[in-house]
Design a protein around this ligand. Structure first.
Ligand code: GLA
Length: 347
């Protein structure tokens, strides 16, 4: 199948965008903190053509054709993301009248690798070409996030869309989510990013995510700051009642870890970087309480198998683990893990 078979016409624009993993800076982006994601070499591709008054899309993975008029509410299917980006553009004053999309996604869905941000960014890129919209890559990330939060109705920060829009494969995107200043830093030479997926899905991820956001907001309120980004020292959180003290300790510590991680990348110190990933995971597990026993175990096994560092990636409550592995140890690393966890998928 292709665009022509589904819609009977040729596409007028095409674009793509990648999924991502996050190396450091987890659960900081909704408190104006620092993040350090890297795009994956797995892409979502869309082909698009103009349409009037409606959004239509075919998903090659789902083998589904969906169509709804502009102004329809979200319905919980993949078309929501596409109606969402068209809605966000119209809200921003771009008179986009509709579109048809053919979607091909190589980003694993439901593993916490931001397949939704990849789809939003790819669709917005195609619409930028199709309707000659004067949008920067940052605008695209912000519009994608707006679609996801306000139209689809899933609370998220700006990290995933920025990684999909501004990231470069083989580099880490050091992003300040307060100012949106960013820099793409080369990953340590000789190290490979491996994604470890046990197929856990993301149990209760949305409810848990929203609860953590509220706890972080409450901690910031009690500390009298606009966001936890403004707390530079760990000792300042100790007076908060539990569990707000733990939640704030994670976020404040995680921001410091990103800054130290950036220094380690600049020095090419892969060992120090790996240690920060392990600290991040421990903090996500013990203080932020978004890990699962399976993920804790997987991190331990990855370290035993020779990784420099490993941590859960994304919101947690399931999803995948990201590991940084010496390139020349990749084969024994895989063999070690697959011998113990035969169902593990290594990407
Ligand atoms: C999800 C959200 C991101 C970020 C991460 C946690 O992936 O979409 O904005 O908050 O969780 O770091």
């Amino acid at each position: 199948m292709g665009f022509k078979e589904v819609f009977g016409t040729l596409p007028e624009a095409s674009a793509q965008a990648p999924g991502r993993v996050n190396l450091l800076g987890e659960h900081t982006d909704y408190q104006e903190g620092y993040v350090l994601p890297t795009p994956l070499p797995y892409l979502t591709q869309v082909e698009a053509a103009k349409a009037e008054g409606r959004v239509e899309a075919y998903s090659e993975e789902l083998k589904e054709l969906r169509a709804r008029p502009l102004g329809s509410p979200a319905q919980g299917d993949f078309l929501d993301y596409l109606l969402g980006v068209v809605w966000a553009l119209r809200e921003a004053g771009y008179g986009v009248p509709g579109a048809r999309f053919y979607v091909r996604s190589r980003v694993p869905i439901g593993a916490g690798l931001s397949s939704s941000a990849a789809l939003e960014v790819a669709a917005l890129r195609a619409l930028r070409t199709l309707y000659r919209l004067p949008l920067s890559d940052k605008d695209i990330a912000l519009l994608g996030q707006k679609a996801e939060v306000e139209y689809v109705g899933v609370g998220c920060g700006i990290m995933d869309q920025m990684a999909a829009s501004l990231g470069e494969v083989g580099k880490a995107l050091f992003l300040d989510t307060r100012t949106l200043d960013y820099e793409n830093l080369p990953l340590p030479p000789g190290a490979r990013v491996a994604v470890l997926d046990l197929g856990l899905g993301r149990r209760l991820a949305e409810a848990g995510y929203n609860q953590r956001r509220r706890e972080a907001e409450e901690a910031a309120r009690r500390l009298g700051v606009r966001s936890l980004r403004d707390i530079g020292e760990l000792r300042l959180v100790e007076g908060l009642p539990s569990p707000l003290d733990k939640r704030a300790r994670h976020i404040v510590g995680e921001n410091l870890r990103v800054l130290r991680g950036v220094e380690a990348l600049r020095r090419g110190d892969v060992k120090a970087f790996g240690e920060l990933m392990v600290e991040s995971h421990r903090s996500l597990s013990q203080d932020y309480e978004v890990s699962l026993p399976e993920l804790d175990l997987l991190v331990e096994e990855a370290l035993r198998a020779g990784a420099h560092g490993a941590k859960l990636t994304g919101a947690g409550f399931g999803g995948a683990v990201v590991a940084l592995v010496p390139q020349d140890r990749m084969e024994p690393f895989q063999n070690h893990l697959l011998a113990r966890l035969p169902h593990l998928r290594i990407l």
